[in-house]
Design a protein around this ligand. Structure first.
Ligand code: DNO
Length: 351
C-alpha cells in the first residue's frame, strides 16, 4: 500500500511541503491542469512536474485525471483523433514513470454535490447530496447554478451537449466505452501504465444522462469489456458507498484483483438518494472502511491509496473536500488500519 495525496499543482494552497509532513506519506496524485481537454499531455511538462514533486522527497504516483472528451463518450466522428491523442498522453505517462492513470467515463458531469459547505453540529463543514435539491437545479442557465467542479458550460453549450446525449443511452455509452478501451488499453500495456476507472459519483444517473459504473453488476460488465490488468478500477468507497445497494466489502473482494488505485472516504447515507460526507473512520459513517481495506489486502491490492474528501476543520478555508487537515487525519487513520490489519493477518496466516 502506497499512501498518497491529491495535490492540485502549484496553485494549490496545500503545498508539497505540507503534504510531505503527513506521516507515512509517499506519493502525489495530480494532473496537468493547464492542458486543454483533448490535447496531448507533453512529456516535458510531465517531467518538470515529476522533478518538482521529487524535489520534495515524494513520488509522482498517479495522474488523476486525463479527462475523456465528450466526443469520445458520444461516439462522434472526431473520436479517433481524440483517442489517438489520449494514447499519446498515456505513452508519455509511461515515459515519465507514472504508473497509474485514474479517469472516469461520466457524461458531462463529474462528481456532483448539492451543498459544498453543510455546517455540522461541531462547526466543521462537509459536502452533501440531496436528490430533491439536485432535481431543483435549473440547468437552463448552464452550470452556473450547480455547486462543485463541473466544467463551466454556458447555457447554450450545455443545451447542445444534453441534446446530443438523447441519442446515447446506457448501452450506447457502454459500446463507446468499449471502443475507447480497445484503443487505449494496448497502449497502456505497452507503456506500463495501469488504468483505473473511477466509479460514477453519485452512482446513479443524474440530469437524465446515462451512467454505467455504479453497481457491482455494472462494474462486472465494464471490466469484462477488455481483459487486462491494465484496465482496472479506482475503488472509491465514497462514490460506491452512497448507494445502500452496494455491498462494499463484497465488491472489494470480487474486484480487488482488478483494483489499481483506491480512494478511501466515508459517507453517511441519510435517505434514499441522500448522503453526506463524514470523517474517514468506519464508526463515523455507512462505509465499513476496515472491512473494505481488509478485503483489498486479502485480494493482494498493493497499489496507491489516497484519503479522499475531507471536511473543513479548524477554520481552514480552501477547495471544498480538498483541504489539508481532515485529509491528513484520514491518511493517518488509514495507515493505522493497514498496520493493524497486516499484523492480524500475519497472525491469522500463521495460526
Ligand atoms: C472527486 C474525484 C473525481 C475524480 C474523477 C476521476 O473528488 O474523485 O473528480 O477525480 O472522477 O476522473
Amino acid at each position: 500500500m502506497k499512501m498518497s495525496f491529491r495535490w492540485y499543482g502549484p496553485d494549490d494552497p496545500v503545498t508539497l511541503a505540507n503534504i510531505r509532513q503527513i506521516p507515512a506519506m509517499t506519493g502525489i496524485v495530480t494532473a496537468l491542469y493547464d492542458v486543454p481537454v483533448g490535447e496531448v499531455w507533453p512529456l516535458d511538462k510531465l517531467m518538470a512536474r515529476k522533478a518538482q514533486i521529487e524535489a520534495h522527497g515524494l513520488e509522482f504516483a498517479v495522474v488523476e485525471s486525463i479527462p475523456v472528451p465528450e466526443a469520445v463518450k458520444l461516439g462522434l466522428p472526431d473520436r479517433d483523433r481524440l483517442i489517438s491523442n489520449y494514447c499519446r498522453s498515456i505513452s508519455h505517462l509511461g515515459a515519465a514513470g507514472v504508473q497509474v492513470l485514474c479517469y472516469n467515463f461520466m457524461p458531462v458531469f463529474d462528481w456532483t454535490r448539492t451543498n459544498l459547505a453543510h455546517v455540522n453540529a461541531d462547526g466543521s463543514t462537509a459536502l452533501t447530496f440531496r436528490q430533491d435539491d439536485l432535481d431543483g437545479i435549473d440547468l437552463s442557465r448552464g452550470t452556473a447554478g450547480l455547486p462543485g467542479w463541473a466544467d463551466a458550460y454556458s447555457a447554450e453549450q450545455l443545451g447542445t451537449l444534453r441534446a446530443s446525449y438523447k441519442e446515447v443511452d446506457a448501452e450506447r455509452l457502454l459500446e463507446n466505452f468499449a471502443y475507447f478501451l480497445r484503443a487505449v488499453v494496448p497502449v497502456a500495456e505497452e507503456a506500463g501504465v495501469f488504468m483505473a476507472l473511477h466509479p460514477d459519483d453519485p452512482p446513479w444517473p443524474i440530469f437524465g444522462l446515462p451512467r454505467i459504473v455504479g453497481s457491482a453488476e455494472q462494474i462486472r460488465r465494464v471490466l469484462a469489456l477488455v481483459d487486462s490488468r491494465h484496465h482496472g478500477l479506482t475503488f472509491c468507497t465514497g462514490s460506491l458507498g452512497a448507494s445502500a445497494d452496494n455491498d462494499l466489502v463484497a465488491m472489494a473482494r470480487e474486484f480487488g484483483p482488478r483494483v489499481n488505485f483506491t480512494h478511501a472516504r466515508n459517507v453517511l447515507i441519510t435517505g434514499e438518494r441522500d448522503f453526506m460526507e463524514v470523517p474517514h473512520p468506519s464508526r463515523c459513517g455507512s462505509v465499513d472502511m476496515v472491512g473494505v481495506l481488509d478485503a483489498l489486502l486479502d485480494a493482494g491490492f498493493d497499489g496507491p491509496i489516497r484519503p479522499d474528501h475531507g471536511r473543513m476543520i479548524w477554520g481552514e478555508q480552501g477547495r471544498p473536500g480538498y483541504g489539508l487537515y481532515d485529509r491528513a487525519l484520514g491518511a493517518t487513520y488509514l495507515v493505522g488500519v493497514f498496520d493493524a490489519l497486516k499484523r492480524s493477518n500475519t497472525r491469522r496466516d500463521t495460526a
